[in-house]
Design a protein around this ligand. Structure first.
Ligand SMILES: Cc1cc2nc3c(=O)[nH]c(=O)nc-3n(C[C@H](O)[C@H](O)[C@H](O)COP(=O)(O)OP(=O)(O)OC[C@H]3O[C@@H](n4cnc5c(N)ncnc54)[C@H](O)[C@@H]3O)c2cc1C
Length: 562
């Protein structure tokens, strides 16, 4: 099957849906595709908490204050122009989403806003108890349904971009249901495929965030930056089993109620690592990750390899007053916080790095744009809480507008139709499938996740990174170059092979960049290079090379005058 369109948007999280809506508003024909169901497959629908924007609902605010906080959190590595766009345009998107009926919580008729770590004031809007991401996704899905001109195709996994004469002219995809190869010609393509947390054994994201967009862009010739910066969230839920709830939900609990972080001996332990808590929540994320990791290494972890988080000293009335319906949802999972502590541990949560873009979301490859978590640079070495959904809205809207403008200009200049096929990967390459795979790719994905968790996790060493790179390469060599299987409907072995092909490329980029950066900054902590080194206030830029990722240094942009 072959489809042709002005603007192709790959990925339908917050960024992709916003991009599609904007491109259509700006006069382009739009195709929105997703490897999952439209608007239901990414991190956006899972996020349950807050969205940062200087709308001044709770107290006077201005985007410049938000911008300063964002730069500070990024530890000197934010691309100022990108960070500025997020902070300056965030409030417009919050207003627009409000007009579309998202239902931001209100107090006395104004937006209710809460504090979150790293912000200098209450700046984060939300919908209600742990329902922000689902409400955001539903609102954008409803807009899409009311815009039938936007063509939507789910269960379509994009495997490669197609390049002709140095320009991206579309993509190749696998239709998961039928097993058919689909070619997609587009005047402009937007990558909005989210992050890469699936590379890690324990992660907070969906299975669809395996870093596909980074691999697509890199293979096609685009530049990636800051790939070494993976954000770990220290108190991700570990046990008992919790279904249908945000694994990072203990953060708002700790903000409101304190809670006690305990080791196997049921003792508070963070004071050993320079951060006494005494039931309050004062420890920073990096220090909490360090303290829990070291306590587990010392044999004082909780039964599943983390720490206990206890609210047992609080009454049910206090818990209910703070978290109402969430207490019932916990009860349905068999958790009564007045009687039991839960286990928590660091969890891969977000990726600061990604595809390099300019201030219009254009990548270094003509015809290709990026949006949302797929973009690198706006958050530098560490992301401020609540900035990711704002970034998805703002970058999505901007990428949709830029892609539509380019497509409209091409049409106006009389370019007849989209040039096709390209000279990148041969569009039909996916049809060349051979036999059964020699290896169990699902098992290899699990192995890769362990390699990343053990060697490229929150704390890194040269020896650990070198070992990880060797093992990533051996997994890559094991799967070979030819996809397995014939054309058949839903083929999980083929999908695992395709996922592993992308995941190994991205894993290698993260590990290689982490090896090169011999300092500790933000989310990148080298046990053998403690502390921040001012000489390292540069981005690491990654290009596709014949022997793996080609890494070079790139200066950080000038700080925008606020
Ligand atoms: C549990 C959790 C809680 C969070 N809480 C918050 C919060 O409170 N506040 C905040 O600001 N941020 C939060 N974040 C981060 C934030 O949700 C994400 O950074 C943001 O939603 C990313 O949006 P996106 O549109 O870029 O990507 P996503 O929403 O991840 O969407 C990407 C889409 O691309 C699709 N896709 C991927 N690969 C392909 C392919 N090859 N072909 C076709 N489609 C593809 C996926 O199926 C998915 O639908 C949270 C994240 C998680 C996981």
């Amino acid at each position: 099957m072959h489809l042709s369109v002005d603007v192709l948007v790959i990925g339908s999280g917050g960024a992709g849906m916003y991009a599609a809506l904007q491109a259509q508003r700006d006069g382009a024909s739009v195709l929105l595709v997703d490897r999952s169901l439209i608007g239901r497959g990414g991190a956006t629908v899972m996020a349950q908490m807050t969205v940062a924007a200087a709308v001044g609902g709770a107290c006077p605010d201005h985007w410049e204050h938000h911008y300063r906080d964002t730069l500070r959190a990024g530890r000197g590595l934010c691309e100022p122009a990108l960070a500025r766009i997020v902070c300056e345009q965030g409030p417009e998107c919050i207003e627009e989403m409000d007009g579309w009926g998202v239902g931001w919580a209100r107090k006395d008729g104004r937006y209710a806003q809460v504090m979150a770590p790293g912000h200098d004031r209450a700046r984060c809007v939300y919908v209600d108890f742990l329902n922000t991401g689902p409400a955001v996704s539903q609102t954008l899905r409803t807009r899409l349904v009311r815009t039938p001109e936007i063509r939507r195709v789910g269960e379509l996994a994009v495997t490669d971009l197609v390049v002709r004469d140095g320009e991206c002219v579309g993509a190749v995809a696998l239709h998961l249901d039928s097993g058919e190869t689909v070619t997609l010609a587009a005047r402009a393509t937007v990558i909005a495929t989210g992050g890469l947390t699936r590379l890690y054994r324990r992660n907070s994201g969906p299975a669809n965030n395996g870093g596909d967009g980074y691999a697509l862009a890199l293979r096609a010739g685009a530049e990636l930056i800051d790939m070494e910066f993976v954000q770990f969230f220290p108190i991700g839920h570990l046990a008992p089993r919790l279904i249908g709830m945000d694994p990072i939900m203990w953060d708002p609990f700790r903000y409101k109620l304190g809670g006690r972080l305990l080791n196997a001996d049921m003792e508070e332990f963070t004071d050993r690592y320079g951060a006494p808590e005494d039931g309050r929540y004062v420890i920073t994320r990096d220090l909490a990750t360090y303290a829990i990791t070291k306590e587990v290494e010392a044999g004082r972890g909780s039964p599943h390899g983390g720490a206990w988080l206890s609210f047992q000293h609080l009454s049910e009335a206090t818990l209910r007053e703070a978290f109402g319906p969430v207490i019932d949802r916990l009860a349905r999972n068999g958790i009564d916080l007045t009687k039991t502590a839960v286990e928590v541990a660091p969890i891969a949560h977000y990726h600061m790095g990604g595809i390099a873009v300019d201030a219009t979301m254009r990548t270094s490859l003509p015809g290709l744009y990026a949006a949302g978590e797929a973009v690198g640079g706006s958050n530098g070495a560490n992301r401020l809480s609540g900035n990711a959904i704002t970034e998805a809205f703002v970058f999505g809207r901007l990428a949709g507008a830029s892609a539509a403008r380019a497509a409209n200009a091409a049409r106006a200049a009389g370019k007849s139709g989209t040039p096709w096929p390209g000279d990148g990967p041969e569009p039909q390459w996916l049809n060349r499938r051979g036999g059964r795979p020699a290896h169990n790719c699902a098992a290899l994905i699990v192995e890769l996740q362990s390699v990343m968790a053990d060697g490229v996790g929150p704390f890194r060493t040269r020896a650990g990174l070198l070992e990880a790179i060797e093992r990533i390469e051996s997994i890559r060599a094991a799967i070979g170059e030819t996809p397995p299987g014939g054309v058949s409907s839903f083929d999980p072995e083929l999908l695992d092979w395709l996922d592993l092909r992308q995941m190994t490329v991205v894993a290698r980029c993260v590990a290689q960049a982490a090896l090169e950066r011999t300092e500790s900054r933000g989310a990148h902590q080298r046990e053998d290079y403690a502390g921040l080194d001012e000489n390292w206030r540069v981005h690491l830029s990654v290009r596709h090379g014949p022997e793996g990722p080609a890494i070079s240094r790139r200066a950080v942009g000038e700080e925008a005058k606020a």
